[in-house]
Write a protein that binds this ligand. Structure first.
Ligand SMILES: Cc1ncc(C[n+]2csc(CCOP(=O)(O)OP(=O)(O)O)c2C)c(N)n1
Ligand SMILES: [Mg+2]
Length: 559
């Protein structure tokens, strides 16, 4: 007679077979058989968050670090699952693979406006790669495996699998699952590689535009060799300033509106731009020729064919993996003759580094955010992982830090979500316990998820949170100041002593009161090995606006 196991046990086995050693969630009654299977199996760590949204951000960051889908247990049908919406939307725009196992009410109770019933499938449909309900016990395992396949195939993203709670208790035949085998595309075709090589060889002002595709494909070495073989500059797309090591002689850092002026000049003035593993999306270009030259001849290779040439016409359009394409190009391309362009780039970078070093000397009080960022940059260990948030200070941080190791920067910048960094740092730490993880956030952002400090402490996932406190929703305050005559409504906020809150939770708190204190505070936090909040008052006036195009100039003489 065949042995039988529960649906919960079956799900546990599929997770384990697919290399999932950590899952994130918040307890609810809808999948207790799965929790019990995890308890009894004991080989998958469970990080219990204090809000399902935070569990989602943790899984998202874990996925970005490991390359495997991050698993979220939305264990409470209805309200618990609804709370994950924000995290799924974030992962969707970041192309981060996630499998949400969402509890749903029992099959017998569906479509009766039952307690906690909500149309979960429809809710997630537009913000995920797939949102689907399992309706039969025999489909539970195949549909979960399919969720893993879809989340991690091609352009990655979240899949939400809704499982009626009775299915976890159903009996299924004993089985031993195999890992899901994911098809991986190869490099651009030989013909495309030859055409790209020919174009680059003749270029006078070439640049490589490298995106997150190099992170997913573990392609840092291939990208660096390509730059060194061709001796041409590389710029990174938004949020991916860690695609190459900081201060590598051919790396210009992040381009575009959130980037630095040298990288942005390169993409504007290039005659040939080789775009690999990137979309040239809004955040990196504003979809505008202000950031990509109108006459620039574009070679575009991405894992997602429909992204190629979407915003800027591609002269050579190819579908392929970023690392494999860079490796193939290394074998084929010859170094272009563009010494004047090279020299101008090097001179510009020297000036930029001098300016950045000068920011470390700004000694105004309250502390200028750039001074704080300079001290952070100079103190972070080379292996550190940084998570950012959305906001004015993080906008300035996106290109100002130093990332040396692969997979060192995790941002919410595609969705532009405030309140991401703290939870993301916990997920990153769970994926890479040996690396120090620092969340850099605004005073507004940290308030969304501050209780997750307790999660970090309870689960022995020590992280450092740096709160840059300008007593405002600074990014939005900047617009009210610049375009609405300084009439501030809802812009200024009062925050508690977050450092004291960390102490209340059993962690460490450090108050930074001015220039010179941030570096030592960060060092103290790192050396302590404890979850720490460093809170620093920074200059409320040091704000900048990004999207000036969205606002009319001040009207009616009211400015
Ligand atoms: C969830 C969410 N709510 C609101 C916004 C609008 N918003 C963008 S940046 C920002 C300010 C963030 O303030 P803070 O975290 O203190 O950082 P600061 O801008 O002051 O550096 C706000 C409210 C958003 N992007 N996301
Ligand atoms: Mg603020």
């Amino acid at each position: 007679m065949t042995n039988m196991i529960t649906g919960g046990e079956a799900v546990y086995r599929v997770l384990k077979a697919n290399g999932i050693d950590t899952v994130f969630g918040l307890l609810g009654g809808s999948m207790l058989e799965l929790y019990d299977a995890m308890y009894q199996g004991g080989e998958i760590a469970y990080v219990g968050a204090r809000d399902e949204r935070a569990a989602g951000h943790m899984a998202d960051a874990w996925a970005r670090m490991t390359g495997k889908p991050g698993v979220v247990l939305g264990a409470q049908a209805g309200p618990g699952v609804v709370n994950i919406v924000t995290a799924v939307a974030e992962a969707h725009l970041a192309y981060s693979p996630m499998v949400v196992i969402a509890g749903a009410i029992t099959r017998a109770d569906q479509c009766k406006d039952t307690f906690q019933e909500v149309d979960q499938v429809a809710l997630f449909a537009p913000i995920s790669k797939r949102s689907v309900m399992v309706t039969d016990p025999s489909r539970l395992v195949p549909m979960l495996e399919d969720a893993f396949r879809l989340a991690n195939t091609g352009r990655r993203g979240p899949v939400v699998l809704h499982v009626p709670r009775d299915l976890f208790a159903e009996e299924l035949p004993d089985f031993d699952p195999a890992p899901v085998n994911i098809a991986r595309p190869g490099p651009a075709s030989d013909d495309d590689i030859a055409a790209i090589a020919a174009l680059v060889a003749e270029a006078e002002r070439p640049v490589i535009f490298a995106g997150g595709g190099f992170k997913w494909s573990i392609g840092r070495e291939a990208l660096t060799s390509l730059a060194e073989t061709l001796e041409i500059p590389v710029v990174a797309s938004t949020g991916h300033a860690d695609v190459m090591p900081h201060r590598h002689p051919w790396f210009a850092g992040q381009a575009g509106p959130r980037g630095n002026r040298v990288a942005s000049r390169l993409t504007k003035e290039a005659d040939v731009m080789v775009v690999l593993g990137a979309r040239l999306g809004f955040n990196s270009t504003f979809h505008s020729n202000d950031y990509v030259g109108a006459d620039t001849r574009i070679v575009h290779v991405d894992i997602e064919g429909s992204a190629v040439g979407r915003y800027f016409p591609a002269e050579i359009a190819a579908q392929g993996d970023a690392r494999l394409t860079a490796e193939a190009l290394c074998q084929t391309t010859t170094k272009p003759k563009c010494d004047a362009w090279r020299q101008a780039f090097k001179d510009d970078m020297d000036t930029l580094w001098t300016e950045r070093a000068e920011e470390a000397e700004i000694d105004t009080l309250p502390m200028h955010p750039r001074r704080a960022l300079a001290e952070i940059r100079d103190t972070l260990p080379e292996s550190a992982i940084v998570t950012l948030d959305t906001g004015n200070t993080c906008l300035q941080a996106a290109d100002r830090l130093a990332h040396y190791a692969p997979m060192s920067l995790i941002t919410p910048l595609d969705f532009g979500l405030v309140g991401f960094g703290l939870a993301a740092a916990i997920g990153a730490k769970a994926a890479a316990p040996d690396r120090h993880t620092v969340a850099i956030m605004g005073d507004g952002a940290v308030g969304y998820t501050m209780i997750e400090i307790q999660t970090a402490i309870s689960h022995q996932l020590p992280i450092t949170i740096i709160v840059l406190d300008n007593e405002a929703w600074g990014a939005e305050k900047a617009y009210q100041q610049e375009f609405y005559g300084g009439r501030l409504l809802g812009a200024e906020i009062q925050s508690p002593r977050y450092d004291k809150f960390a102490e209340l939770c059993g962690g460490k708190g450090i108050w930074v009161d001015g220039p010179g204190a941030m570096g030592p505070a960060l060092k103290e936090a790192i050396d302590s090995g404890q979850t720490t909040i460093i809170q620093a008052k920074i200059d409320p006036g040091a704000l900048m606006t990004l999207r000036k195009d969205l606002f009319k100039a001040p009207q009616n003489g009211k400015q």
